[in-house]
Design a protein around this ligand. Structure first.
Ligand code: NI
Length: 379
């Protein structure tokens, strides 16, 4: 596999972005490239996405994961290989991730005879809509994986730098919905109502105090109210109101605390205004928590291969790589891809120069991990 070929695959993927669970062309393209190079595909029965396997069946198993879906964004990158699908764009580098792991799979294939185990390369659908990892995990085909590594592009590092950090790196993303109940009345007669509007305003205000007054300034949490709904017209006091929003946290303890305090504050605030509150708290994606020793090994290899290791910033966006880390430990690794725009921006770009080094790195990392697991098993 040479660099020109790999960059061509990346550019093709960039030109043909597809939204989550609709990655049909992308899946066909990836499977075709893998088959052409003799890489075995597992019969995962995924509608979109794929799992490839390289190596020996009787040894330990390591997982490499990339995601394949794009975003509903109109591209404005100015690239000569910009998206050909109107309103859809690879603005989070998932094209880079896919090409990177395609490259890693082919590099591992070249060394298949000497691999002391198997590498499962996961081409995950629907990361952006938060259910792709669950579909892949539900196939049961990753139950034997003992270490997982994921790639993610990172515009704030130049090519040649990897971001590797132990501990939580991406947040838990939970959703809450609140229904306030009072009693409606004519707007001219508030005394006949139990008005939900002042209760609603107070609930929004006091929800903000949960983070500022209950979470240590050395921890982090976000409470965002993102939807508010009450009333139908100007002269009627409504009897019901609805609120929706999200809580983002990095640690399980803070997550529990914020949920408990939010429920309490909302219930009691509503009560103070004579209203009742029903709160639905729905736990979403778990935080991505990188394993400390996995990070140590990953960083040592990165330095050995000539990369600079930077400290990646924590982020509170959801990342469903956490679903794999619930099976086995591992790390979510950022690859410096340069550029001037953040992920999810219409001007986002990923420098193709970072591609081959990243593919080589993940292939080497998987092989190293197989050797380590073999040593462990021999003990
Ligand atoms: Ni992403």
């Amino acid at each position: 596999m040479d660099e020109r070929w790999l960059i061509e695959q990346f550019k093709w993927l960039h030109r043909h972005p597809e939204l989550g669970l609709r990655e049909y062309e992308t899946t066909a393209f990836v499977k075709d490239a893998l088959r052409k190079h003799g890489v075995e595909l597992l019969d995962a029965e995924l509608e979109t996405g794929a799992i490839a396997v390289v190596g020996r069946k009787d040894g330990p198993v390591v997982g490499l994961r990339c995601d394949m879906d794009a975003l509903p964004i109109q591209e404005a990158s100015g690239l000569d290989y910009a998206s050909e699908n109107a309103g859809v764009m690879h603005a989070c580098g998932h094209d880079f991730h896919t090409a990177c792991m395609l490259g890693a799979a082919l590099l591992l294939k070249e060394r298949e005879a000497s691999l002391p185990g198997a590498v499962k390369v996961i081409f995950q659908p629907a990361e952006e809509i938060d259910n792709g990892a669950k579909l892949v995990v539900a196939t049961g085909m990753l139950d034997d994986v003992r270490a997982f590594y994921a790639v993610h592009s990172y515009p704030w590092f130049e090519p040649g730098t990897l971001g590797i950090k132990a501990g939580p790196v991406m947040g838990a993303a939970d959703r809450f919905a609140i229904r306030l109940k009072g009693r409606g009345a004519h707007a001219a007669h508030p005394e006949k109502s139990v008005d939900v509007i002042p209760a609603l305003a107070a609930v929004i205000g006091s929800a903000q105090s949960v983070v500022s007054r209950n979470v240590s300034p050395f921890d982090c949490a976000v409470v965002s109210v993102t939807r508010v709904q009450a009333g139908t017209t100007w002269n009627i006091i409504p009897g019901e109101a609805e609120l929706e929003g999200t809580v983002r946290t990095l640690s399980p303890a803070v997550r529990d605390d914020v949920q408990r305090r939010l429920e309490q504050v909302v219930r009691l605030t509503a009560e103070a205004y004579g209203c009742t509150a029903e709160i639905e708290f729905e736990r979403g994606t778990d935080p991505v928590v990188n394993d400390a020793s996995a990070c140590e090994r990953a960083a040592a290899l990165a330095r050995e291969m000539g990369f600079t290791v930077g400290r990646q910033e924590d982020a509170l966006e959801a990342e469903d790589f956490s679903d794999y880390l619930n099976i086995a430990p591992g790390a979510f690794i950022r690859v410096g891809t340069g550029g001037t725009c953040a992920a999810h921006h219409p001007g986002f770009t990923a420098d193709p120069a970072a591609l081959l080094p990243a593919a080589r790195y993940f292939a080497a990392l998987a092989e190293r991990e197989l050797e380590r697991l073999n040593r462990e098993d021999m003990r």
